[in-house]
Design a protein around this ligand. Structure first.
Ligand code: TTP
Ligand code: MG
Ligand code: MG
Length: 416
């Protein structure tokens, strides 16, 4: 046949920003480049003091030795991320700050600036969309991009386009990222980590044995800590070990769907398309307290935090243009047990008072005798704010007081 069209092979990129929250801070404080810096602690108070002390000069002129250090940190915060120089000391995401201080006492501690981080997140994604339109949002600092039909997207397996995107993001923001380009999302996601930071990694189907099989099973996005434990118990450690098992055996041990998926994943098979507009399923805010709090003895403090969480979820909804119908709470007790409760309303809302009232009702259904470490508020069953017929769109609640547990603060006067 003379007019048979051969479609180009699928080339999917996964792009992930390098040490994202920390890198955003380094744009503000370039004098800290090359130093170990960790993001954590949660409040801007610390560096506000530094800023006030040096109010006479630009931020970039504040001496590096004026910033707070990890060794002086006292509290229960965890590290959100760390610069690559800090990672050399074994410090990284999710590690307790006091523990990290033992590994790298000289690291500088900065709080996260969510507004700034979100601003850069939007900017780098817009830069990518200008170059390659098929982009799937995968969170604050990462995306999948379909290179297949983008002009130049096939050159050198995608390396040429990846380089262009890297350079364009750097020119627009001063931030670096790492990109993996592969036949599918599953492999691209792993590949973007191969040459971090500021790296590009190209993987072809024929490279699966050499580049993917030596990796730990946990590197497959979708194999979590529980499955890892079970696989280890079965003497399966690498992806290659997994690929060596028959599909039937995996199905017997892990169930029809998961077992078959694991087998495909180990062989690098994944047909999922890059989905351009992914709608969020829910929005939530949660906070871990500086010290454990008790529902009665710390009523005022808990109530204030609770109100603040509801207010912030409501702000998130409005900023992103969503309304939701299921309101939920999440608690973590001092022994780390988690409790969640939710309630579905008969209308959609993005109203802080409505959310607080429903969340307050959920709280009544959990045991509050034990001290709490964490409190969270979630709004689910989302819909686009403009997409609903009139009666569905939320009636705002009347200004009647809200009876609930932290009653010292209940009521609408809490809303500023
Ligand atoms: P990651 O992309 O996982 O990490 P990173 O960008 O800091 O570093 P890397 O170069 O290895 O990609 O996460 C992106 C941001 O998300 C990170 O900067 C901070 C935030 N984050 C958390 O808030 N909590 C977490 O547990 C993790 C892992 C990240
Ligand atoms: Mg990242
Ligand atoms: Mg990431």
């Amino acid at each position: 046949m003379h007019n048979e069209r051969v479609s180009p092979p699928r080339r999917i990129a996964h792009l992930d920003m390098d040490a994202f929250f920390a890198s955003v801070e380094l744009l503000r404080y370039p004098q800290l480049k090359g130093l170990p810096v960790v993001i954590g602690g949660g409040r801007r108070k610390v560096d506000e003091i530094v800023r006030q002390r040096f109010a006479d000069r630009p931020l970039s002129q504040i001496p590096a030795d004026a910033f707070p250090l990890l060794k002086d940190y006292v509290g229960r915060g965890v590290i959100t991320t760390a610069t690559y120089p800090a990672r050399q000391f074994g410090v990284g995401s999710a590690m307790g700050m006091m523990k990290a201080a033992k590994l790298c006492p000289q690291a500088i501690v900065l709080p996260v600036d969510f507004e700034e981080v979100r601003r850069f997140s939007r900017t780098f994604k817009a830069v990518i969309r200008d170059i390659a339109p098929v982009v799937e949002d995968r969170g604050i600092d990462e995306v999948f991009v379909d290179f297949t039909d983008v002009p130049g997207g096939q050159r050198e397996g995608g390396r040429v386009l990846a380089r262009l995107i890297q350079k364009s993001i750097f020119d627009a923001t001063g931030l670096t990222c790492s990109i993996g380009v592969a036949p599918n999302k599953l492999i691209a996601k792993m590949a973007s980590e191969f040459n971090k930071p500021n790296g590009i990694s190209i993987v072809h189907e024929a490279d699966v044995q050499t580049k993917i099989w030596p990796l730990a099973v946990r590197k497959i996005n979708g194999i979590g800590p529980k499955s890892e434990v079970k696989l280890h118990a079965l003497h399966i450690h690498t992806i290659g070990d997994l690929a060596a098992q028959s599909r039937e055996w995996l199905v017997d041990n892990f169930g029809a769907a998961y077992g078959a998926w694991m087998h495909d994943a180990a062989w690098g098979r994944d047909d999922r398309p890059v989905v351009t507009e992914s709608e969020p399923v829910s929005m939530s805010r949660e906070t871990t307290f500086e010290r454990d709090l008790h529902a009665v003895r710390d009523r005022a403090e808990l109530g204030a935090i609770f109100t603040d969480l509801c207010t912030r979820v409501a702000e998130d909804l409005r900023r992103k243009g969503y309304v939701g119908r299921t309101i939920g709470v999440k608690l973590r007790y001092d022994d780390f047990r988690i409790a969640t409760r939710d309630q579905t309303l008969d209308h959609y809302t993005d109203d802080a008072a409505t959310i607080r009232r429903a969340a307050g009702q959920c709280l009544k259904r959990v045991d509050l005798r034990q001290k709490l470490r964490l409190l969270g508020v979630r709004v689910g069953k989302l819909a686009k704010a403009g997409s609903l017929p009139a009666p569905e769109a939320a009636p705002r609640v009347a200004a009647e007081p809200t009876p609930d547990l932290f009653h010292g603060l209940a009521g609408t006067q809490d809303f500023r």
